[in-house]
Each structure stands twice: as structure tokens, then as C-alpha cells.
Design a protein around this ligand. Structure first.
Ligand SMILES: [Zn+2]
Length: 311
């Protein structure tokens, strides 16, 4: 019963959103059948010249959820379905829509790993990571900066089109703009939302604070991001691929293998890696990392508002 209701709500939301934002670049296509239980909207990657029958698009295109006006649908039944909002915060404010998410039960139904790649996209390592993920048949989460997205919009589009999740990682990662006060932090986040939205027609609800929240966030940050509908996730397993002592691929493999054996990550492992310039060793390590995680029995999720906090 609940699933049927959710399906209807999402279907209705998509229709409403479609009406509201008629010029959205990627959503002309197929409205999901509200009778389908796994009804997250299918948004096409490339071939959108002709609408195809629902049965074909369902199997070919990545599933995604687009937030309803009231955010009632942002906790999909699957942990591998990205969630986006077609409205920017300023559009929500202008339309009188809520900017605050409802209470969301964290996803704990299965042993799940979330691969996360920060600081991209670049035009070398991020595409290489995408190739590896495609070969392995898994999805991941890319916390991008606005500046990098502006520099490499095609790579951002590719992340989106291939069904991964995109998160907001500030405009240009400068602590002096982010951490003196919360208004600076929010301004950087909103600026990045606008950049991402201008490229792919949607914005993320998920964010990652550069450097993580520890030592950076105060209570004022926590309440402000909640009021603006953002959900922040740090990590509980670090590859340490940004350590200053120039670690190499085998170090990341060892770190992740060890980290995912620890109690805190046995059920939900959120793994920190980087796909930006200079992270060739991360690319080198990734196939083995995925193999190890599969052997340990993890399913691969993408970060959404319902992803449990890592600690
Ligand atoms: Zn970062």
C-alpha cells in the first residue's frame, strides 16, 4: 500500500515538475508509469529524439528520483537510485515551496558500501573512474566542486547520464570562504547548485563539507543546512589517497580492506576517495578495491538523503 502511494506521489511530482520547469534540458522524455512499483523516473542519456515505449526505456536508462515539491519522495526503496531536485533553492523560495526535508528513516536494509569521489570532475581521472565503474557494473557518488563542473561540464553530464549520484562539494573548496561563518558556507553551496543545475537541469540534495564537518561545523551550520534541505555525509573509511606522503595504489587498497573490517563500517561503509587531477593512483587501485568489496558481500549504493550517517 505504501509503495503504491509512493509511486503515485512520485508520478504526480514528476508531472507537476514537468509542468513547472518545461525547459528543463533532460526531462522531456518518458513520464514514469505510476502503476510501476519501481517507478523512479527514467531519464535518458543520449537518445532523446524519439520517445520510446516505457518497457524499453525502463531497462536502458538509469533510474533516478526527482524530488516532489514537498520532498515527500526523497527516500527511494533502493539504495542505488540517485535523488535530485529539479528546482534550485531560489526557485523553491520564489514558488513558495518548502526548502526543508521531512524526517527520513536511514536505509539499513542491507550491507551497503558507498564509493565516494571528491573534488572532481577532471577530464582524465574522473572519466577513467567512470570507465572502471561501468566495467564493474556499480554506481558511485561524486562530490563535485562548482569550479570543476564549470571546467568539465561534459564529464559532469556523463556522471549523471551513467546513473551515479552527484553531490555538492562547494564552489572551489576554499576554507576561508566556507568556515568563518555559515552564511559564507551556504552561499558557496548555493552557487555550486546553480552551476550544476545549469549543466544537467537538476541539483543535488546531498553535500559534503570540504575537509569534513569535524572541526568545521558548529551547531549553526547543522541547523542552517537542515533548513535549506541539504544532507551532509562525511565518511567512515578513508582510502587516504590525499595523504601528504604520496601514498600509492596498494596503500589505498590496504586502507579500504582494513577499514571495511571495522565494526563501524560492517553494515554501512562510506569510502572517501578522490578523482581529481593527480589521483592516478586511485584510478589504479579502484578495480581491486571493487573486487574486495564485492567479495566482502557489500551491495553498492549511491548517497541519497536516506543514506545513514557514517558514525
Ligand atoms: Zn574535497
Amino acid at each position: 500500500m505504501k509503495k503504491i502511494f509512493i509511486g503515485v506521489a512520485i508520478g504526480a511530482a514528476v508531472l507537476i515538475a514537468g509542468v513547472m520547469i518545461g525547459t528543463s534540458p533532460s526531462e522531456k522524455e518518458v513520464a514514469p508509469s505510476i502503476s510501476q512499483e519501481t517507478r523512479q523516473e527514467s531519464a535518458p542519456a543520449a537518445n532523446k529524439t524519439q520517445a520510446k515505449p516505457q518497457s524499453q526505456t525502463q531497462t536502458q536508462l538509469p533510474a533516478r528520483v526527482f524530488a516532489a515539491d514537498d520532498f515527500s519522495n526523497v527516500a527511494p526503496s533502493s539504495p542505488s537510485v540517485p535523488v535530485y531536485d529539479k528546482c534550485t533553492l531560489s526557485e523553491r523560495r520564489a514558488a513558495g515551496l518548502t526548502t526543508t526535508l521531512p524526517d527520513i528513516a536511514p536505509y539499513r536494509a542491507g550491507k551497503t558500501v558507498y564509493l565516494t569521489f571528491d573534488d572532481g570532475p577532471d577530464d582524465k581521472n574522473t572519466p577513467a573512474v567512470l570507465d572502471i565503474l561501468k566495467d564493474a557494473g556499480v554506481h558511485a557518488t561524486f562530490y563535485v566542486t562548482g569550479a570543476q563542473a564549470e571546467a568539465h561540464p561534459d564529464v559532469l553530464r556523463r556522471i549523471y547520464d551513467e546513473g551515479h549520484a552527484i553531490g555538492n562539494h562547494s564552489y572551489d573548496h576554499r576554507y576561508e570562504k566556507l568556515y568563518p561563518d555559515v552564511s559564507g558556507f551556504l552561499a558557496e553551496m548555493e552557487r555550486t547548485d546553480e552551476v550544476i543545475h545549469s549543466i544537467i537541469g537538476v541539483r543535488p540534495l546531498i553535500i559534503r563539507a570540504p575537509g569534513g564537518v569535524v572541526g568545521n561545523f558548529t551547531d549553526a551550520y547543522e541547523s542552517a543546512i537542515r533548513a535549506n534541505g541539504y544532507v551532509e555525509h562525511d565518511w567512515n573509511v578513508s582510502s587516504a589517497d590525499a595523504a601528504p606522503n604520496h601514498p600509492v595504489a596498494q596503500d589505498f587498497i590496504d586502507n579500504i580492506s582494513y577499514g571495511t573490517d571495522q565494526e563501524a563500517a560492517l553494515r554501512t561503509a562510506i569510502i572517501l576517495m578522490h578523482s581529481s587531477e593527480g589521483h592516478e593512483e586511485t584510478v589504479k587501485a579502484l578495480p581491486k578495491i571493487i573486487e574486495i568489496l564485492k567479495d566482502k558481500g557489500y551491495a553498492f549504493g549511491v548517497v541519497t538523503p536516506m543514506t545513514p550517517q557514517p558514525w
